[in-house]
Write a protein that binds this ligand. Structure first.
Ligand SMILES: Cc1ncc(COP(=O)(O)O)c(C=O)c1O
Length: 360
């Protein structure tokens, strides 16, 4: 079976060699040596100034929201993973969905201002598939209305935008290192705090709000362990080969799917992408379902990512409409993409899509 992704795993001996340092000291969590080393290495790799390795890509969103220190409305995108909306609701904020732009599937920054009211406190939007949001417009709006900007950068690992790491933009930028991501620590996440005033707060939040016997604030368990850090440390040296393999697969898809009536989100100029995903937009949901069925019959599975549009989640308290996102989320499908996906499989996938579209 070929799935939409396959977890990259290092040589187990290499993993054990690194882990053994923590094992021998019997210090396996609580800001251990491996975690600190991983933080330093990731800071350099990602070009970040202040960066914390945490439990997962959801708790970091919750901590960023908590740092605002007051409740209210949060402008957000309907086209993201459900964790983005859930974090807002979980932290007792009201999500206000602003529709997306069809070119890059990110929030349409031109529509944000119309949704701002006296109770708006923040903008939490996602760099979908690693494509940067309209950072200039969002920053300008945030400044004028005094709003906190949180970027869900779960997909943005290693993306560069205008010569800078994408996670260096916004007041906060989070990332996910879940096993399905291009760089992973089994479970894990990070938060880049790009404004001095939040730094100490987030550091304390991650560890229940205290340092040894001194208690400073409320907090949560946002920590991660030496077992997870060791996975990150053993994968990091492979990033170049991972990125190259992903780029080559994306180019093979571009070539194999040329001429079809399908489209792809277009990244903003100045982006150096990470090729984390290969999303395609079909002409209709019907075509998408036909292709998914044809691939399934060959033991190949992509993913409807993201579907449904988050403003349509059944448990939301109020109905808000986002016609662009509702339409595109029904037509978007991510194709299998991972190092090791061979040329033959890519050909089968492309040919199946060609044949299915031609037939229908
Ligand atoms: C856009 C987005 N935000 C948040 C998350 C949550 O990350 P995690 O699974 O590490 O909690 C994910 C995970 O897939 C995601 O894709």
């Amino acid at each position: 079976m070929i799935n939409v992704t396959r977890t990259f795993l290092p040589d187990p001996d290499e993993y054990m060699r690194i882990l053994k340092r923590a094992w021998d000291k019997r210090w396996i969590t609580n800001n251990g040596e491996l975690l600190q080393e991983l933080e330093q290495k990731l800071k350099l790799f990602l070009g970040l100034d202040h960066f914390l390795f945490c439990g997962n890509g959801t708790i970091v969103l919750q901590m960023a929201l908590k740092a605002i220190g007051k409740s209210g409305d949060v402008i957000t995108t309907p086209f993201s993973y459900v964790a983005t909306t859930n974090a807002i609701i979980w932290e007792q904020f009201r999500p206000v969905f602003v529709d997306i732009h069809s070119s890059d599937l990110n929030v349409d920054a031109d529509k944000i201002e119309a949704s701002i009211t006296d109770t708006t406190v923040a903008i939490l939007v996602t760099h979908v598939f690693g494509n940067p949001c309209d950072i200039d417009k969002i920053e300008d709006i945030a400044k004028r209305y005094n709003l906190v900007v949180i970027y869900d950068g779960a997909h943005a690992f290693g993306v560069k935008y205008r010569g800078r790491g994408l996670l260096s933009y916004g007041d906060f930028a989070t990332c996910s290192f879940h096993a399905t991501k291009l760089f992973h620590t089994v479970e894990g996440g990070s938060i880049s705090v790009n404004h001095e005033k939040w730094r100490e707060k987030i550091y304390l939040f991650r560890q229940f709000g205290h340092i040894y016997d001194e208690y400073f604030s409320e907090g949560v368990n946002g920590k991660n362990s030496e077992f997870h850090a060791a996975m990150g440390l053993s994968i990091l040296p492979h990033m170049e080969e991972i990125m190259t393999a992903r780029k080559e697969i994306c180019e093979a898809y571009d070539h194999g799917l040329a001429g079809l009536n399908i489209s792809k989100p277009i990244p903003r100029e100045g982006t150096v992408p990470n090729n984390g995903y290969y999303p395609v937009l079909f002409e209709s949901e019907e075509k998408l379902l036909q292709v998914a069925e044809a691939l399934k019959s060959k033991q190949i599975s992509g993913r409807r990512y993201f579907y449904p549009s988050l403003n349509e989640l059944p448990y939301l308290q109020e109905k808000q409409h986002c016609p662009v996102s509702e339409d595109l989320s029904r037509r978007v499908y991510c194709l299998p993409l991972f190092p090791g996906l061979d040329k033959e499989s890519i050909d089968i996938i492309c040919n199946t899509i060609h044949e299915t579209i031609a037939k229908s």
